[in-house]
Design a protein. Structure first.
Length: 272
């Protein structure tokens, strides 16, 4: 099948500058509503990649997200949320962006065009066949990502991708591609909009499902979360109260002693 670049298709709307604020917001919202349906169509692809990722992490592997621009930033956001949410090490899920950390806040010209830097960035983390590398690119044409995945394939490293075009070069490079076809953006070619939303939804699905499969959630609670602020400490106390059916003061003492919701619950349950 031919490469279909829907991310560059003409917007379904015209003369945006003539629309009122209400019209603009209503039409953007109308387009955004289509994104979850597009993600739903890609669920079998997401499932295939998640299943492989779980196996790798169970054997001590890591997840690498690799992207440029908005795609790279979304990967970094998702990776950075895993330690506080699930209590995992900071080097279990790693987000890399073309141009390095400065590119998180400002564009680095031509960084995404490098055919060698993506692989070099992975090598800085001693990437190996134990790991999973997931390339993120709305267009599916970013050289920084594509060539890094090709190098991974040559080194027997599991590869996946998230893209918003059908049969893109990135999809062809990834062993487990995810293609979520969101169609034309409200502003033609502005893939930070629907494409970015779709990528974020899928990233949420990948890490949340993987972490649940790894036992990082109990019932529906984040029992391994880091207690990094008063809000989370309070949430932890309430989790313990709910799980053990005890008074707040007792729950607070348990959490203060054990520093972790799961540890506190297990200690109480087993009489420690």
């Amino acid at each position: 099948m031919d490469f279909i670049k829907t991310t560059e298709q003409e917007s379904l709307y015209n003369h945006l500058e003539e629309m009122s604020v209400q019209q603009l917001l209503t039409n953007i919202n109308k387009e955004d509503k289509t994104v979850p349906n597009a993600v739903e169509q890609a669920l079998p692809q997401i499932e295939a990649l998640v299943n492989q990722t779980v196996l790798k992490l169970q054997d001590g592997g890591r997840i690498f997200y690799l992207g440029a621009g908005t795609s790279g930033r979304l990967g970094i956001v998702d990776a950075s949320e895993c330690p506080p949410t699930f209590g995992v090490p900071h080097d279990l899920v790693i987000g890399l962006i073309a141009g390095g950390d400065i590119a998180i806040r400002e564009a680095v010209e031509f960084a995404e065009d490098s055919k060698t830097q993506g692989w070099k960035d992975l090598l800085d983390y001693n990437v190996s066949a134990n790991d999973v590398v997931i390339g993120i690119a709305a267009s599916g044409t970013t050289p920084y990502v594509i060539h890094a995945l090709n190098a991974c394939n040559e080194n027997n490293i599991l590869t996946g991708c998230i893209t918003c075009n059908k049969n893109s070069p990135l999809s062809q490079a990834a062993k487990f591609p995810i293609e979520v076809i969101v169609g034309p953006e409200f502003v033609t070619g502005s893939s930070r909009m629907k494409a970015g939303t779709a990528q974020k939804l899928i990233l949420n699905m990948i890490t949340t499902t993987v972490m649940i499969q790894l036992g990082k959630v109990k019932g529906n609670k984040m029992v391994d979360m880091q207690l990094s602020n008063n809000k989370l400490v309070d949430r932890g106390v309430k989790m313990i109260m709910s799980e053990l059916k005890i008074e707040r003061s007792h729950a607070e003492k348990l959490l203060k002693k054990h520093k972790n919701v799961r540890s506190a619950i297990e200690a109480y349950t087993y009489g420690n």
